[in-house]
Design a protein around this ligand. Structure first.
Ligand code: GLU
Ligand code: ZN
Length: 281
């Protein structure tokens, strides 16, 4: 049994991160398993070494020892490229040069029915570039989208086991909803050469994670990851989507929520048990 905590070093860890990290850590310890870390720094503009260091300090202070050296996504661009090449060879990717504005215009065109559908990554892509050639070497310097309908038509229906608060039990992915409400997601961004969905899927497999724990806000991305596991022949972890920590107004905490930063409570003399109490653990 192996769990992980995967922060993006784009700001201070706050109480929501503490809850996610402690959940993963305590589940691993209870099962005699391993707790791993992964630094999700594919966004080279927003990620800062100072935030990575602060995150490691905060986790150590919380008493959450990790069992292997942290994996860092910025070290793994070649691995992501190899996974993209596999999907490209299957004819499941196509290059897309649309700007946000083009997508909004095409998605709101009268023949599309007016209001655009919003999926886990924003507006559901209207398919403008789907006809582009899928031959030759893997394109570089351009966004790559997954042809969702084709990807789903060639595989058995993806499913996964959920143990958390979000639809516990066996979850079967509905291909019709995936095509209509998620659509052709970007697997490689032009600026990063990869994406959250691709990296997280490839890395959970590379770290041998057997139980993915994360907030229920990410539950709608899980079917995408489960489909990618199937397409890339990766093992399927179990998922545990946990509740979110909210502020006194019931809003979920954002990265810039420095007021709830673990570092601030530390500076004010609170202890790790105080933090656990604040988040109901
Ligand atoms: N890096 C993501 C975040 O900070 C979490 C990714 C995941 O747990 O799948 O929100
Ligand atoms: Zn496009």
């Amino acid at each position: 049994m192996r769990t992980r905590f995967a922060p993006s070093p784009t700001g201070p860890l706050h109480l929501g991160h503490a809850f996610a990290a402690i959940t993963a850590h305590d589940l691993a310890r209870a099962a005699g398993g391993a707790f791993l870390l992964r630094i999700e720094d594919i966004d080279r503009v927003r990620s800062k070494p100072q935030w990575e260091q602060q995150a490691l300090d905060d986790l150590a202070w919380l008493g959450l020892g990790w069992d292997e050296p942290p994996m860092r996504q910025s070290d793994r661009l070649g691995t992501y490229r190899a996974a993209l090449a596999e999907l490209w060879a299957l004819g499941l990717l196509y290059p897309c040069t649309c700007q946000r504005r083009d997508i909004l215009e095409a998605a709101t065109a009268p023949q599309e029915g007016g209001a655009p559908l919003i999926g886990p990554d924003g507006i559901v892509y209207p398919g403008t570039c789907r006809h582009r050639p899928r031959t030759g070497p893997l394109p570089e310097g351009v966004a790559l989208r997954l042809d969702m309908e084709l990807a789903l038509s060639g595989t058995k229906v993806p499913h996964y086991t959920e143990t958390g608060v979000h639809r516990p039990g066996q979850v079967v992915v509905d291909p019709i909803r995936m095509i209509r409400e998620v659509g052709d997601v970007v697997l490689a961004r032009r600026d990063f050469g990869t994406s959250y969905h691709l990296s997280v899927t490839v890395d959970d497999a590379a770290q041998g994670v057997t139980l993915v724990t994360r907030g229920e806000d990410l539950a709608e991305a899980t079917p995408i990851h489960v489909l990618l596991q199937q397409l890339l022949g990766l093992p399927k972890p179990t998922y545990h989507h946990h509740r979110l920590i909210r502020d006194e107004h019931g809003r979920r905490l954002a990265k810039r929520e420095d007021a709830k930063a673990i570092a601030r409570y530390r500076a004010e003399g609170e202890t790790p048990s105080d933090i656990r109490r604040r988040i109901g653990l």
